[in-house]
Design a binder for this molecule. Structure first.
Ligand code: URA
Length: 251
C-alpha cells in the first residue's frame, strides 16, 4: 500500500543522513525521481511522494530502492568479521553502502545488523536487516530455521562421522549433545551439514569432536533460500518478496 512522505523524510528514512543533510541533497539537485516518463531532478524538499516497496529513486546518480525495512543478502567473503568493531579483519559492514549502515533506528536498531555471525574465514550467505523481529525469527533456535553448511576437512572422513553428527556430539562447554539436523558426505574430505541452531564456532567444534579439522566452511542455504551464484563474494542485494517467504516459511 502506498504511503505519502515528504522527500526529505523519505531520504532520511532510507539512511541518507540527518534531515538537514537530506534537505541539502534535494536543494543541490542531487535527487532524481522516476515520473514514469523518465528521471526528473526534484529540488523542493517538501515534495510529497507516494512511496511503495521497491520504488526506485536516485541520489547523486546512484540508483536506490525505497524499503520500509531493509532485508539484504550479502555473499560474505573470507577475511571479514561480522562485527562493527572488528579486531583484525575488515568488517562485513564496510561492504555495504553507507545508507544501509545509517538507516535511522525505529525499534532500537540503527542500520542493518547481521542475522547471527559467521567466522572470519567462513564464506557464504549472510542476511542483514533492521527488523529486530526478523533477526530474532531467523536466528533463534526455537524457530528451527535450517542453515546448510558445506565444509571441507583436512583429513578424509569415514562414513561413521555422519552417524556421530546425527546422533549428537558433546561440545566442551555444554554437557547436552548437539545434533546435526541433516548430514551427508559429498566427497572423501567434504560434507553438507544442516544445523537449526548457531552456537559459537558450532560446525568447527562439532567436527573437532569427531576428530576432524575444518579447513573450508561455506554457508550455502538458509531456510528454503539458496545463495545464488550471480552474487560474487563481497556483493550484496535486496531480498525479494518471494525470498522473504522462502526464508520465513515454517518447516
Ligand atoms: N559454525 C562455525 O564453526 N563457524 C561459522 O562461521 C558458522 C558455523
Amino acid at each position: 500500500m502506498a504511503q505519502r512522505l515528504l522527500l526529505t523524510d523519505l531520504l532520511y528514512s532510507q539512511g541518507f543522513g540527518t534531515r538537514r543533510i537530506c534537505a541539502g541533497l534535494v536543494q543541490q539537485g542531487l535527487v532524481q525521481m522516476d515520473t514514469g516518463h523518465g528521471w526528473v531532478c526534484v529540488r523542493e524538499t517538501d515534495t510529497a511522494v507516494d512511496v511503495v516497496e521497491g520504488m526506485p529513486f536516485m541520489v547523486q546518480g546512484i540508483l536506490w530502492q525505497y524499503h520500509t525495512k531493509a532485508y539484504v543478502l550479502l555473499h560474505k567473503p573470507a577475511g571479514t568479521e561480522c562485527s562493527h568493531k572488528p579486531s583484525a579483519w575488515p568488517s562485513v559492514y564496510s561492504l555495504l553502502p553507507t545508507p544501509l549502515r545509517q538507516r535511522p533506528a525505529k525499534t532500537g536498531l540503527q542500520g542493518v545488523q547481521a542475522v547471527g555471525r559467521l567466522d572470519q574465514d567462513t564464506t557464504g550467505m549472510l542476511l542483514l536487516s533492521d527488523d529486530g523481529q526478523f533477526i530474532h525469527r531467523m536466528s533463534s533456535p526455537k524457530h528451527h530455521v535450517p542453515k546448510v553448511y558445506e565444509l571441507e576437512t583436512q583429513e578424509a572422513m569415514h562414513a561413521s562421522v555422519v552417524e556421530k553428527l546425527l546422533n549428537g556430539v558433546v561440545l566442551n562447554d555444554d554437557p547436552q549433545p548437539v545434533k546435526a539436523a541433516a548430514c551427508a558426505l559429498t566427497g572423501s574430505h567434504s560434507m553438507a551439514l544442516t544445523l537449526t541452531e548457531g552456537k559459537y564456532h558450532q560446525v568447527k567444534r562439532m567436527l573437532a569432536a569427531t576428530g576432524h579439522k575444518v579447513v573450508r566452511l561455506h554457508r550455502a542455504r538458509i531456510g528454503d533460500m539458496e545463495l545464488d551464484h550471480t552474487l560474487a563474494p563481497g556483493q550484496w542485494r535486496w531480498l525479494s518478496g518471494e525470498e522473504m517467504k522462502a526464508l520465513t516459511r515454517k518447516p
